[in-house]
Design a protein around this ligand. Structure first.
Ligand code: GLU
Length: 429
């Protein structure tokens, strides 16, 4: 008998291990099959709701006009407004943004916050642009998307190479069009403009919280646990700092150019201060200097890739020597690598749980903006920990019940929740 789901899978199937949308789809397919997802729902949930492409003219400081290509993909609205960051990078592509938007849908469902998934990107080189150019580009991008974003429609946030300042510009541009201040249109804003205390640290804190839970499964305590972190930005840097403060031995850390390693542990506050001053680890003393590739292969208890996609592939998965893989980045592991890690018995805290601290506190920020009432930082952190620990345990329970690995369990849990809401809402026609 013909199997429509299998036909559909073949239609979409690609062969490029590093294509993020294919990586996402492969996991989605597997989880959907294991769940016995209804074929109609499968077809609806497998594709994004909307892909928007905009061309953004920007007057550069030299006086000429440059046109940048930008995207916003709104993957799913079944559980609430689309939610997700905007990244600025020379190599960002529609396929990447599509995958990231889907990951946001599953991430929000895993931690049970009432959002769908979205993601945006602009192809540009932010390191070579002035603040004024970045501001004009951000404002025009926002203006192009004005009908598609809003507190009840789609709520952007920071991602790679965007920050609180970027969010303040988006909020201001949107507010100028609305003729009144609309703080809840973005999250990750400056605290003074309706941002939430604890939001900046939230993704790194979420990594810490999930690692704290995972090490218990190995009978480890922080003081007996060694950690390697790839990345030193908002996720890796803050994650490393929080793990160091908790007593973990952080042995290695890196930036885009490469990393540093000391088997006796690094003084992370000093390392991060050094990086903030020098923007490089090149001359950092009394450590071994390693490439990003080699850093991943160092033996440790916890390996936390907190930078970008496709870091652990079929080429290097066999040489990964950690007990726990804490995916602070989105999509750092390819499906082919998943299989190898599983055979090696490595416990994976999947990205859609591990890095969900950011969007969880984004949800708190959105709630606070709409209430006009702001919470103390301790309350934000406590509610974040409650949500992440509950999700970690739910996921572990789901994995045991269905006898699947933690990544598959995360997708199954998320797809099950989105499927329920989609089924209840029905298809509008
Ligand atoms: N960019 C972050 C992520 O990938 C945060 C998204 C948000 O807070 O909406 O999860």
């Amino acid at each position: 008998m013909a199997n429509p789901m299998a036909d559909e899978m073949r239609r979409f199937k690609g062969s490029d291990e590093k294509n993020p949308f294919e990586a996402m789809s492969e996991r989605f397919d597997r989880a959907a099959q294991l769940l016995g997802l209804d074929e109609d729902l499968y077809r609806v949930m497998r594709v994004p709701s909307r892909e928007i492409k905009v061309y953004i003219p920007v007057r550069m400081d030299t006086g000429h006009i440059e046109v940048f290509e930008g995207f916003r993909v709104q993957h799913n609205f079944a559980r609430g407004p689309a939610k997700g960051g905007i990244r600025y990078a020379p190599d960002v592509s529609l396929d990447e943004v599509k995958a990231l938007s889907a990951w946001m849908t599953w991430k929000c469902a895993v931690v049970n916050v009432p959002f769908g998934g979205g993601k945006g990107g602009i192809i540009c080189n932010p390191q070579q642009m002035s603040l004024g150019e970045l501001e004009r580009m951000t404002r025009r991008y926002t203006a192009e998307l004005i009908d598609f974003i809003g507190p009840d429609k789609d709520v952007p946030a920071p991602d790679m190479n965007t920050n609180e300042q970027t969010m303040a510009w988006i909020m201001d541009t949107f507010s100028m069009h609305a003729r009144h201040t609309v703080t809840a249109v973005v999250t990750g804003k400056p605290v003074a403009l309706g941002g939430s205390l604890g939001r900046r640290e939230a993704t790194g804190r979420g990594v810490l919280i999930t690692v704290n839970e995972a090490i218990k499964r190995f009978g480890l305590t922080p003081d007996k646990t060694s950690v390697i972190v790839q990345g030193s930005g908002n996720v890796g840097g803050i994650g490393a700092q929080l793990m160091y403060d908790t007593g973990y031995k952080v042995m290695g850390i890196s930036d885009v150019a490469g990393g540093i390693y000391n088997p006796n542990g690094l003084n992370i506050p000093h390392v991060l201060e050094y990086w903030a001053q020098n923007r490089s680890f090149d001359d950092y003393p009394d450590v071994e200097h390693v490439s990003n590739k080699d850093l991943l292969e160092i033996e440790c208890d916890v390996l936390a890739p907190c930078a970008t996609e496709n870091q652990i592939t079929s080429e290097n998965a066999d040489r990964i020597k950690c007990k726990i893989l804490a995916e602070g980045a989105n999509g750092p592991t390819t499906p082919k690598a998943d299989k190898i890690l599983h055979e090696k018995g490595i416990f994976v805290i999947p990205d859609i749980l591990c890095n969900a601290g950011g969007v969880t506190v984004s949800y708190f920020e959105w709630v606070q903006d709409r209430m006009g009432y702001f919470w103390p930082e301790a309350q934000v952190n406590e509610r974040l920990a409650d949500k992440m620990i509950a999700s970690f345990n739910e996921l572990a329970h789901f994995a045991e019940k269905h006898n699947v690995d933690s990544r598959t369990a995360a997708y199954m849990l998320a797809i099950d929740r989105v499927a329920y809401d989609t089924r209840m809402r029905g298809i509008y026609a």
